[in-house]
Design a protein around this ligand. Structure first.
Ligand code: 6OG
Length: 159
C-alpha cells in the first residue's frame, strides 16, 4: 500500500461566515470546487506544503494554519494507492487572493457551499470545518470518482 501525502486548506472568514473555495481549472478534480492544496513534496513538511499550495494556487500567504482533519481517499481503479490528505483551516491571511492558471478562488457563505459541484465526500465532513471540530475519515470511491462505495468518519479529540 502506498500512502501519498496531500494538503487541503480552507480559509475561513469567521466574522462574515464565509469560506474560500477554489474552482479547479485543470488536473485531478478538474471543474470541482475544493479547498486549496495538493501533493506534499518530499523535501517539505505537510504544513509547509499547505502554505506553498495556497500561495501557488490563490496567491495568499497563511501564517496560522490549524490542523483540523485527516482524510484517506482510495479509488477502486488503484487499490494500492491511498491519498493521505491532511486538512487545515486558516482564519487570517496576507496578500491579495487572486485567480491563477489552476484555480479560480471565490468566497462562499457557510450555508451556500456548492456540494453538488464538489467531491462527493465533502458534504459528509464539511460541517466539521465550519464548527471547529477535529475529524478523521476514509472514503472508498468507485473508479468513476463519483460513487462512494464505503466510508468511515469520526469526530476525534486529537489528530
Ligand atoms: P493535486 O492533484 O491538485 O492534489 N483531494 C480531495 N479533496 C476532497 N475534498 N475530496 C476528495 O475526494 C479528494 N481527493 C483529493 C487533495 C489534489 C488535491 O485534491 C484533494 C489535494 O488538495 C476524493 O496536487
Amino acid at each position: 500500500m502506498i500512502r501519498r501525502l496531500y494538503s487541503l486548506v480552507f480559509i475561513r472568514d469567521i466574522l462574515n461566515r464565509k469560506v474560500l473555495l477554489g474552482f479547479k481549472k485543470r488536473g485531478f478534480g478538474k471543474f470541482k470546487w475544493n479547498g486549496l492544496g495538493g501533493k506534499v513534496h518530499s523535501d517539505e513538511s505537510i504544513i509547509d506544503g499547505a502554505r506553498r499550495e495556497a500561495k501557488e494556487e490563490a496567491c495568499v500567504e497563511l501564517e496560522n494554519l490549524k490542523y483540523v482533519g485527516y482524510l484517506e481517499f482510495q479509488f477502486e481503479y488503484d487499490m494500492n494507492d491511498i491519498m493521505a490528505t491532511h486538512v487545515f483551516c486558516a482564519d487570517e491571511y496576507s496578500g491579495e487572493i487572486a485567480e491563477t492558471e489552476e484555480i479560480r478562488p471565490q468566497w462562499f457563505d457557510y450555508d451556500k457551499v456548492p456540494f453538488d459541484k464538489m467531491w462527493k465526500d465533502d458534504k459528509f465532513w464539511f460541517h466539521y470545518i465550519l464548527s471547529n471540530k477535529l475529524f478523521k475519515g476514509f472514503f472508498l470511491f468507485q473508479s468513476d470518482q463519483e460513487t462512494i462505495t464505503h466510508y468511515e468518519l469520526n469526530e476525534v479529540d486529537k489528530l
